[in-house]
Design a protein around this ligand. Structure first.
Ligand SMILES: [Fe+2]
Length: 315
């Protein structure tokens, strides 16, 4: 559906995301400050009283803390909010008129967007957790590095070029959100403390809401070829595309196999397997080109956060 987001609505969305990041940040910073558990339980969200009231005991496991820290970093990378990744805000801003000239954490100007989520969520017979792979909806987006924002005022024309940039952004943000859609349920399986689980279960589905919205928006991207670089956005509703695997008005997750091939198909988030989920997310964002230009130290920190989250064991 064609839909315009009102500025006021956008502002509200930004505020909501910012407070969510602040929550995870508060938890993660508490965790980084030293004694695990006690600090976290003092930040107000995870109160001792509440934990005891639930009969769960007060202590967070090392794994719980690692998961919160990784998710906090992932949230910061997805949106805005400087915090503990502040020193990595070194990437240049767009030079286009009106762009704020500040150091950036992420690079939106050299993306190679994997649009296989498009067919993954439409498949009726396959599931990435079974090792299945999926063709991208826009193969061209994987065959180069493309801007999702104008790099400077030269990118504002010709018309098909700036439209291609907008199309790239639409597919890119859906890619990011479907990653978050899988990340939360994947990591939730290794959380120990009930309130940490509550946090993941409360935030995760909002990622799904973001994904569905961007999925719908990306479906409105007009078919075109960018005359400046040959990037093709195919008509997803016509051969050789089209049909149930590509058509743009089918944005509900199709029922597919889950847990066992013997079970009947069910509409699910995919993938949700938990082994290496954080490292998988870090790799997907890196492959997307989001961190092109970042320092070695940035990648070391990201890998460390992801590895620690993946080491978490459900206690
Ligand atoms: Fe999101």
């Amino acid at each position: 559906m064609e839909q315009k987001t009102k500025p006021a609505q956008e502002e509200k969305i930004m505020k909501t995301s910012a407070s969510r990041r602040a929550l995870l940040k508060g938890l993660a910073v508490g965790a980084g400050a030293g004694a695990i558990g006690a600090e976290l339980l003092n930040v107000g969200v995870l109160s001792n009283t509440h934990a005891h009231a639930q009969g769960t005991g007060a202590a967070l496991t090392k794994g719980d803390v690692a998961i919160l820290r990784f998710l906090s970093a992932a949230e910061i990378l997805e949106g805005a909010d400087p915090v503990n990744l502040d020193k990595f805000r070194t990437l240049p801003s767009s030079k286009a008129t009106g762009a704020q000239q500040i150091g950036r954490l992420t690079n939106l100007m050299q993306l190679s967007v994997d649009t296989s989520y498009w067919t993954k969520y439409r498949s009726r017979t396959k599931n990435p957790d079974f090792g299945d792979t999926f063709p991208p909806a826009v193969p061209g987006l994987l065959q180069g590095q493309f801007p999702a924002i104008p790099r400077d005022d030269n990118d504002l024309h010709p018309k098909k070029h700036i439209q291609a940039i907008a199309n790239t952004a639409g597919f890119h943000f859906a890619f990011i959100e479907q990653g978050g859609t899988s990340l939360y349920p994947s990591l939730a399986q290794r959380v120990s403390h009930p309130e940490v689980l509550r946090i993941l279960l409360s935030i995760g589905p909002t990622e799904t809401a973001h994904f569905q919205t961007w999925h719908d928006k990306a479906g409105n991207a007009p078919a075109l070829t960018d005359p400046t670089n040959g990037l093709v956005f195919p008509d997803l509703n016509a051969p050789p595309f089209g049909g149930e695997d590509f058509q743009t008005n089918l944005i509900m997750p199709e029922p597919t196999i889950f847990l066992s091939r013997k079970f009947p198909p069910v509409s699910i988030i995919r993938p949700t397997q938990t082994q290496g989920a954080a490292m998988g997310a870090a790799k997907a964002l890196t492959d997307d080109g989001l961190f092109i230009g970042q320092s070695k130290e940035f990648f070391r920190v990201l890998q460390e956060l992801a590895e620690e989250a993946d080491e978490a064991q459900r206690g």
